[in-house]
Design a protein around this ligand. Sequence first.
Ligand code: PLP
Ligand code: COI
Length: 366
Amino acid sequence: MFGDAAAQFDVRLHASPVAAEARAALLEAPGFGKVFTDHMVMIQYTEGRGWHDARVEARAPLQVDPASAVLHYAQEIFEGMKAYRAPDGGAILFRPEQNAKRFNASAERMSMPAMPEALFLESVRQLVSADRAWIPDGADGSLYLRPFMIASEVFLGVRPSKEYLYMVIASSVGSYFKGASETVSVWISQNDTRAAPGGTGAAKCGGNYAASLRAQGEAMRQGCDQTLFLDAAHRRYVEELGGMNVFFVFDDGTMSTPALDGTILPGITRDAIMTLAREKGVEVREERYGVDQWRADAASGRLREAFACGTAAVIAPIGRLKSPDGEFTIGDPDKSGPVTTSLRDTLVSIQRGLTNDAHGWVHKVF
Ligand code: PLP
Ligand code: COI
């Protein structure tokens, strides 16, 4: 399916993988990002030689030299995607070629080497195939895949590394948000911004997440699930959450989402939602939306629903926003609104292979 990149992989399956009974116990309530599979993919890059030594092997700790560039200058990028259990027992990926393209866009921004799309896709396919037993069944379960690349040259000078390590690991996951509530609550970061014009906001690099953690800690202390970041220049316009894009649903039946201006991540879920909403006849605008307007529209009822979206969380209705100025709610703050629910149902049934995939978004792994 992904070209002949398969031939390049040396596959050495785990000699003593987790026993079926122990695995079943782990898959009962996996949470998010805590349960890991038996295998991992590694591919090396050396300047002058390119990508080499692609392999699938038993998952194990790395030996990393303390002077490896990534540990000092954070030259690192990653992706997040999911393999779902198909109704016929196989496994499917959702728009994996978009992850491959975004990985290369992130690599370009971070002065890292591009990876041939076929090799990226094959690396993911190899891991899903080796760890197929780790894809949870059930409505919320999936195998979360984390391809990433680190600068591995042993050198403390500040310049792009000449050596890189690409890896894929996999985690059996359930819902991202563990709260009992149907909706999520959001803390508006007043002091910290996530990305500025000219910065790395559109790249999926670890540094963006490191910069978001102080605000995320603040959000959690305030009893909120996520942090909302505002634009760095005006401290006014909605950008995105720490790990999700945002949509608004208005009383005239239209929707909006912040435009891709270089400071937010171009979400693959965001893109799919715009397509699906437009197919349902909904006008979707990509435009600036101020947080003061959000508060006013929530109070007047002009704003009916708001939701966050991303691979990990899928679609999560936003019920409450909190800041040092107080709290406000959107619609029924404990319930998912009808537009949010309808989009979520449509998206999830495509992702899980339960409905006709008119867009060619779903790729069968096996
Ligand atoms: N924004 C940020 C900061 C993210 O980390 C993510 C998750 O990957 C998203 C948005 C949503 O992107 P996607 O829908 O491609 O998962
Ligand atoms: C994803 O949705 O894949 C992300 O990377 C976001 C993170 C919050 C897990």
